[in-house]
Write a protein that binds this ligand. Sequence first.
Ligand code: PEP
Ligand code: MN
Length: 359
Amino acid sequence: MEIVDIKDWGLGLSEHVLIAGPCSAESPQQIESIAKGLRGSNIEIFRAGVWKPRTRPGSFEGVGSEALGWLDKAREILNVPVTVEVANTAHVEAALKAGVDVLWIGARTTVNPFSVQEICDALKGTDIPVMVKNPINPDLQLWLGAIERLNKVGINKIAGIHRGFSDPYEKRYRNKPEWSMPIHLKRMLPGISVICDPSHIAGTREIIASVSQRAINFGLDGLMIETHHDPDNAWSDAKQQVTPDTLKIIYENLNFRETLDKHPEAISELDEFRQKIDLVDTQIIELLSDRFQMIKQIGEYKREHNLAVYQPNRWHDVMESRINSGVKKNMTEKFMKSFLFAVHEESVKMQEAQLKEKV
Ligand code: PEP
Ligand code: MN
């Protein structure tokens, strides 16, 4: 499967793409005011939802095709490509006709192979870039399947968007992030860029900065952040949108970490540390093995003298003294306890097996 890196889409995108713009296009004035506010930011693609997939009927479902034309103004003001969400043939045809530069497939669509295939059929013969949000449920195969369907109709400028997963028990996030998932996708599809959508993960604007930083730490390739000139009065997703000025502050405070492939000197320096770690790990394993040998000898003694395997006083002393030594060496009590419990559990099991052997 050939997938073109976002930097090679011919749109002048960087390795830390910033996509910004409102959840929904509301009016020509709203688009213009947000675009003007975003001047001087690092925005590389302007987003706006024109058809909105709402969970329940009765909420604002987007202005529809009419709003596609308003995006020209944002392109003109910011000199960046524009993107909208498409969910069926009619959307694709209208978006292509209006000259939208990039499309995205929403989470509620990725989940349905019929809808994805319908979009793919409508895209046949074009080479417009398409970003695919993860499905609402944490199913890597569905996400992968949507990308494969696009690729089969000849689309190879494809990126993923991690927007978190629906989880009824989750309290902190609107959609819980599962950072291993985008990383897995990148491993399976070399060349694919995966962007994070902290807005739909967070659900509230207060944690957008921290979710964004985590995405960068995990090596994702950019951010899609919902931005509105008057977030509290936005017609959809009001709680999670930020003003253009807040977006600039969030972006300026991000710490973009470098990947190792660009720093060969770091690789060799890290290698030295890693060799030392390898050596220490080997020693730890040797010492543990010695400890278990002794446990076996003690087990033999206990068996011969008809003594119980578990000796509470001894165990209490071991725990107390080892935890104290560990804490003095800057390890946490919690870590020391779980480590000692694991070692003790294994020792007891070994001695019980010895008893059984001889019965
Ligand atoms: C959106 O980006 O506004 C949107 C509807 O997102 P999602 O598909 O991630 O819910
Ligand atoms: Mn939204």
